[in-house]
Write a protein that binds this ligand. Structure first.
Ligand code: LIP
Length: 273
């Protein structure tokens, strides 16, 4: 019900603030860093502590809800995506930025119901930018309503892309080819190091599109709601319907721009979650 959704939204907002405080507390301290799938794919004690705290609080409040978290999956837990209300958390999106003290890092929390993205919350506690959106109710940053640029012309566009943490040369070659192609067609490319904040930037009109292959559902679920509620489109980079588990995402300020980008880029083939 609407009342239930309102309460869940409030809970997500409250927990995001608490997670943000945990991230901020550790930002300038020495960090214990561990490698995951490659020497460039990293996790810190703070990622794990934030996810543990969030998961515990959700299970306490809503025993019927599911939680999918980046670090739980990294520890070998398999993703089981169901129709149940499901909280999907990236405790720190932009972990490399966090480690290198680049203040472009955040907690990203999304809620899906019947596998549909309904709530998105992204909080950067270092710059104090709090993004929130609920399906049908608009997207906001620190209370201010967000809207995309609406740009359609690729020659006037600024894009956000990422290099990613995968070090497989074949995948990197396709990614760099896509970077080259889009840079050639537009005003340019930026890479900030956090998928969630990249999506928020598009929602804010700071850039006209974002495309990345190799990411996971926790990187993009919250930002996808925020972009849509700001009037943007979120698709699969192939131009097909967006699929949370397909490990890729194309967000744009308009449908014509999204389709143009889609026609130019290739799929490095990361497989599915
Ligand atoms: C990061 C993503 C980023 C991607 C990085 C990494 P993490 O997420 O947000 O877009 O390029 O490789 O996956 O690992 O910091 O949560």
């Amino acid at each position: 019900s609407d009342q239930e959704l309102c309460e869940w939204y409030e809970t997500g907002i409250q927990l995001a603030k608490e997670c943000g405080h945990m991230i901020k507390d550790c930002f300038y301290k020495d960090k214990k860093v561990t490698q995951k799938s490659s020497f460039a794919d990293l996790v810190t004690e703070t990622d794990q502590a934030v996810e543990k705290y969030f998961t515990k609080e959700i299970h306490k409040k809503y025993p019927g809800h599911k939680v999918i978290g980046e670090e739980t999956v990294a520890d070998g837990y398999k993703i089981n995506f169901t129709d149940d209300p499901t909280w999907i958390i990236d405790p720190i999106d932009g972990t490399s930025n966090f480690i290198h003290r680049l203040p472009y890092t955040c907690v990203s929390i999304g809620l899906t119901i019947n596998k549909e993205e309904i709530i998105g919350i992204v909080y950067n506690p270092i710059t104090n930018d709090f993004f929130q959106a609920r399906k049908g109710h608009g997207a906001f940053c620190n209370g201010e309503k967000l809207s995309v640029t609406g740009l359609e012309d690729i020659e006037k566009a600024m894009f956000i892309m990422e290099f990613g943490s995968n070090r497989d040369p074949d995948k990197m070659a396709v990614k760099f080819k896509n970077l080259f192609t889009l840079n050639k067609a537009s005003h340019g490319i930026r890479a900030y190091g956090s998928a969630a904040l990249n999506l928020c930037a598009v929602a804010q009109g700071r850039g006209d599109g974002y495309v990345e292959h190799g990411i996971h559902c926790w990187d993009i679920v919250a930002g996808a709601v925020i972009v849509r509620e700001a009037g943007g489109v979120v698709l699969d980079p192939s131009g097909q319907k967006f699929d949370l588990m397909s490990r890729c995402c194309l967000a744009a300020a308009s449908l014509p721009l999204a389709m143009k980008v889609s026609s130019l880029i290739e799929d490095p083939g990361f497989g599915r979650d």
